[in-house]
Design a protein around this ligand. Structure first.
Ligand SMILES: NC(=O)c1ccc[n+]([C@@H]2O[C@H](COP(=O)([O-])OP(=O)(O)OC[C@H]3O[C@@H](n4cnc5c(N)ncnc54)[C@H](OP(=O)(O)O)[C@@H]3O)[C@@H](O)[C@H]2O)c1
Length: 249
């Protein structure tokens, strides 16, 4: 799929209403795709539709609901599936979590990834399609103030790898990729985590951020997803920083 080929392409983005997902939906739209944006908050999606116009279809729905997943796959048959939706973890040390807060990212991030990937394999999506799942740099480094977040994100990376194996074994021609972004204060989720890690280190946010380096923006995430969607040679897992994509260790 080249950038030009995106003009006749349906791209479905979960978590499109704000943050990195909004940047990814916008970039795919700018590259010519018809973007179907899924999130629960209808008003944020309507705002995005007002901004993007015709080739953006807002769908206010829970991306973890298997019925919704099946219906949207039937209705839109996407060639690009960007699985970005994620819960905001409670930023507290381990012992201050309950099981419910500890497992929140399993119930949203992992669950939606599982349902959409399962549908992509079972249908299957057309050869040449691509599924890009949002993991996190925390999958490599851990995330001591986020309960089960890092483990959930590691499972998402594994799940994309397992799906690629099934696609290859069945000759489906679908690429399954995962992306591991650095922590960024440019989104609500990231800003909450940055504030918690800065406080734990006894630093103010500005000093903590200066140690993180250049900030990853939603626009850079969008550019990276367009690159992954259009370059058929790209496979596996990728770190994502303000400088762009690099193969994950
Ligand atoms: N920001 C970072 O530093 C960072 C770093 C590494 C990885 N990530 C990952 O990148 C992804 C996006 O993060 P972000 O920072 O952009 O977060 P964000 O600003 O909090 O946005 C999260 C998005 O997910 C949607 N969402 C949450 N639960 C949903 C559900 N059940 N069904 C449908 N949509 C749902 C939200 O919309 P509604 O609330 O309207 O449903 C929103 O659009 C997440 O998977 C996150 O873990 C972020």
């Amino acid at each position: 799929m080249t950038t030009q080929q995106l003009t006749a392409t349906n791209a479905l983005v979960t978590g499109a209403s704000r943050g990195l997902g909004r940047g990814i939906a916008t970039a795919l739209h700018q590259a010519g795709a018809h973007v179907i944006g899924v999130a629960r908050d209808a008003s944020s999606l309507d705002d995005l539709q007002a901004e993007l116009g015709d080739r953006f279809t807002p769908v206010a729905a829970d991306a973890t609901d298997p019925t919704t997943v099946g219906q949207l796959m039937d209705a839109y048959r996407p060639r690009i599936l960007a699985l970005v939706a994620g819960a905001r973890p409670l930023s507290r040390p381990l012992h201050q979590h309950t099981w419910e807060t500890f497992s929140a990212n399993w119930e949203v991030d992992v669950k939606q990834t599982f349902h959409w990937i399962r549908e992509a394999l079972m249908r299957p999506l057309e050869p040449g399609s691509v599924v890009i799942a949002m993991s996190s740099g925390a999958a490599v480094r851990g995330s001591a103030l986020s309960g089960g977040y890092a483990g959930a994100k590691a499972t998402i990376r594994f799940t994309a790898g397992y799906a690629q194996d099934e696609s290859d074994r069945a000759g489906l021609g679908i690429r399954f990729l995962s992306v591991l972004p650095q922590l960024t204060p440019a989104t609500e989720l990231g800003a909450t985590a940055v504030a918690a890690y800065a406080a734990r280190a006894g630093l103010d946010v500005a000093t903590y951020l200066s140690q993180l380096g250049p900030t990853l923006s939603p626009e850079t995430a969008g550019k990276a997803f367009v690159e992954l969607a259009t370059d058929a040679q790209l496979a596996g897992s990728f770190m994502l920083t303000a400088g762009g994509l690099a193969p994950a260790p």
